[in-house]
Every structure is written in C-alpha cells, then in structure tokens.
Design a protein around this ligand. Structure first.
Ligand SMILES: Cc1cc2nc3c(=O)[nH]c(=O)nc-3n(C[C@H](O)[C@H](O)[C@H](O)COP(=O)(O)OP(=O)(O)OC[C@H]3O[C@@H](n4cnc5c(N)ncnc54)[C@H](O)[C@@H]3O)c2cc1C
Length: 396
C-alpha cells in the first residue's frame, strides 16, 4: 500500500466506476478472482519489483493457476474461452489496481506473442507452443519494432533468407516486452520484396545460436524486462514459419485490435486509480483550515477527471459490444486508444497535483502511473498513427 496514505486507509477499496449494464454474475465472479490474485500476489510487492527491475518468474505459473493466462484462449490448449470481451476489460481493470503496468505488460506478454500462432500457425505449432505458454511454463514475446522504427511496420528490415530447410535471420528488434526472459519470440521478418507483402512471421526460440539480447532501462514499466534483440545468422527451421510466407502482415494486424482494446481498458482503469487516490487524499488533507476536498478548485478537478473517465468508459463499452458482435471497428479502436491514453495522462497529472509532494514520492501509485503514461500513448500504435489510421477510414 502507498506510504502516502494514513494508517488504516486503504486506497484500493474505492470504486468510482460508472457501472454499465454489461456485467453478468460471471464477470463479477471473474473480477473477484482476479482481484484476490492481484491483492495477494502483486500489490504487496510492486514497489520492490519496480526497484529490482523484474518480478519473480514463478508469478507466471501462479497467474496460470488462477486462469489469468488462459482466459479467452481455447480449452484444448489449457485456456478458458469467454463469450465476450468484457472479461478482458474486467481483467484490465483489476490488474490496473496494482498501478504497475510493467508487471502487467510482462506477465501477460503472451497476449501479443501467442495470438499469431493461434490465428495463422499450423496445428503442430499450436500444440507444441500454446499449452506450455498458457500454463506459465514458457514466456512468449512479440518482436516487431526495429531500431529503424516501429510505426512503419511494413518497412521492417530484419531479413530471413531460405537456405535449404532453414531460414537465416539477420537484423535486430527494439523495445521488446518480455525480451530478456522469453522462451519463444514471434518475430516479424522480411522474406520477400519491399512493403507489407514481403513480411513473414517466424517463431524463434531463445537458445538459437546467434540470437542475443540486451536489457533496456526506461522511464516507466521498471518491472518489465524490455530488451533489444540481435539476430546474427540465426538458423531457424522452416517449420517455424507462422502461417504462409510473405503473409505475416495480416497476422500482425489481427493482433492490434485486441491489444488496443486491452490497452484502452488498462489506461482508463489507471486513470480511475488516479482519481480514487486523489479523492482519498483530498478527504483527509487539510489546507487553509479545511479539507482539500472542500476547495472548489480541487472539487472541479475531480468532476473533470470523472467526466473524462466516464466518457472513455462509454466508448470502451461501445467498442467492446461491436467486437462481441463480430465487427472489426479498426478506426474506433484506434480513436479509443487515443481517448483512453489522453484520459490517463490528464488524470495522472491532476492527481499528482492534488497529492502535492506526496504524489511525487516513490511508493505512491500516482507517481508510478505518471511515469507510465507515455508508453501507453506510444506503444501498440502511437497517438499520431492511431489518428491517421482512423482518418484514413473516414470519408473525407
Ligand atoms: C516500454 C515499451 C515496450 C514495447 N514493447 C514492444 C513489444 O513487445 N514488441 C514490439 O514489437 N514493440 C514494442 N514496443 C515498441 C512500440 O510499439 C513502438 O515504440 C511504437 O510502435 C512506435 O515506434 P517507434 O518508437 O519506433 O517510433 P517511430 O515509428 O520512429 O515514430 C516516432 C514518432 O513519430 C511519430 N510518427 C511516425 N510516423 C508518423 C507519421 N506518418 N505521421 C505523424 N507522426 C508519425 C510517431 O507517432 C512517434 O511519435 C514497445 C515500446 C516501449 C516503449
């Protein structure tokens, strides 16, 4: 618990969420289960793990045991299928209460690494990889971004050239979540000519000769092992090709909708954590002989934060309903991500302002969230790219 709060006061107990009509008893049961896991296995340790720059590897197995790694995945691989994306949103909301996006990003990194295998990979590959990953025995990362750039995915430069029954991979990847500890990497490579039609996905195991990695230090997400990856004549068997040759771009794109919904739900939940902690603080803190919460300037900050959070929540739920109906609302999911990360940015700023110096101290949830704003606005599709993607689908 944050050291910035008075004894006996639990900042994790508040809930200022506008409760939509989409949550069934099954969602609530799942919420209770994730909450219990986060309360017991993550919240007490987040400060320590942030300072250490990693969390214990055994957390993957513990998360698998309560179904956190398998939620939304097919039963044959050890997962638990769900009927709608609201389970995903509940998971994001509950995970956000720890305020550590870094723990969440690395712990659930399989949610970006594994789907290409399940969406376009062979049955043999699915059977070989998915059960171990969903059981928390193996870690599965996604490596697309390169030192030359992440936004322009179609122009990636890492090459994979066929030599007999192996691909020979050369190049490097940048800012890869779970990159230091992963066992499997879904790697975007160029197997053909220029542009999106020359891109393939390869499954590369960590112990391949010529594959090395270095750790990267960051502004936030300290507990997440972010890495640069280097491929120097790495030989990868042809059967590790995920899907068809030169058809990997679609596998990458299929990932993005889910990732953006997840990131949006997380960003809004983190914004709500900021609101909750700021209110808890302002109720107790006295300045000029009254509670901070009784100053109108401060009260209006709460109203403004709630307004943005509720609007984002409504947009989130609308997008989730459309995904549930089988739509692929690419433009709206892109704008939703912008909306959610701007809300998070605003609320982190205002909450830290309300907390004053206490909000600037380590061990305070708002301080950590403030440091994690930019990665949410840049990773998984930056604000500029999201707006551009949406604008291209508008009739203008
Ligand atoms: C902590 C962290 C974890 C990450 N984890 C992963 C991971 O697991 N796997 C992975 O593959 N990647 C990962 N990324 C990379 C992330 O997806 C990229 O940082 C992101 O896509 C942006 O790419 P870039 O940083 O190379 O910026 P660039 O593409 O170089 O862009 C730089 C800036 O220019 C803007 N810009 C670019 N093109 C345009 C344009 N046409 N018009 C207007 N503005 C433009 C961008 O919006 C951005 O603000 C991670 C990044 C971070 C910080």
């Amino acid at each position: 618990m944050s050291s910035s709060f008075q004894d006996g006061q639990n900042p994790y107990d508040f809930d200022h969420r506008y409760h939509g009509p989409f949550y069934t008893p099954d969602h609530q049961a799942w919420r209770a289960s994730v909450r219990a896991f986060v309360d017991k296995e993550i919240i007490p340790f987040v400060d320590e793990w942030d300072e250490a720059g990693e969390f214990p590897r055994e957390l993957y197995k513990k998360a698998a045991e309560v179904g956190l790694l398998g939620i939304g995945y097919p039963e044959i691989y050890g997962g638990t299928p769900v009927p709608d994306p609201f389970f995903l949103m509940v998971t994001a909301e509950e995970m956000a209460r720890s305020s550590s996006g870094g723990v969440n990003a690395s712990l659930l990194v399989h949610s970006i690494g594994l789907p290409p295998v399940l969406n376009i990979g062979s049955d043999e590959m699915k059977n070989r990889i998915a059960p171990q990953v969903l059981a928390g025995e193996k870690i599965h990362a996604l490596a697309i971004t390169e030192p030359s750039g992440g936004s322009d995915v179609a122009n990636l430069q890492t090459t994979a050239k066929l030599d007999g029954d192996h691909y020979v991979v050369n190049g490097s990847k940048m800012f890869i979540t779970g990159g230091m500890r992963a066992d499997y990497y879904t790697v975007a490579v160029r197997t053909g000519g220029g542009g999106a039609r020359g891109v393939s996905l390869l499954l590369i195991e960590r112990n391949r000769e010529g594959f090395t990695r270095t750790s990267l230090k960051k502004q936030g997400w300290w507990a997440s092992d972010t890495a640069a990856l280097y491929f120097d004549d790495v030989r990868v068997p042809r059967e590790n090709l995920i899907g068809q040759e030169n058809a990997g771009f679609i596998g990458i794109m299929m990932n993005f909708n889910n990732e953006r919904l997840w990131m949006s739900a997380s960003a809004n939940a983190l914004a709500r954590v900021c609101l909750e902690d700021a209110i808890a603080w302002a109720r107790d803190r006295k300045t000029f002989k009254k509670r901070l919460a009784d100053h109108q300037v401060i009260r209006h900050k709460f109203a403004e934060m709630a307004r943005k959070i509720n609007a984002t929540q409504a947009y989130l739920e609308q997008c989730a309903l459309r995904v549930q109906a089988g739509e692929h609302p690419i433009a709206d999911l892109s704008l939703l991500k912008v909306q959610a990360t701007l809300t998070m940015e605003y609320c982190a700023r205002e909450a830290m302002q309300i907390l004053g110096g206490a909000g600037y101290m380590r061990g305070c949830r708002v301080e950590r969230i403030y440091r994690e704003v930019r990665v949410m606005a840049i990773g998984g599709g930056s604000e500029e790219i999201m707006r551009d993607l949406a604008a291209r689908q508008m009739d203008i």
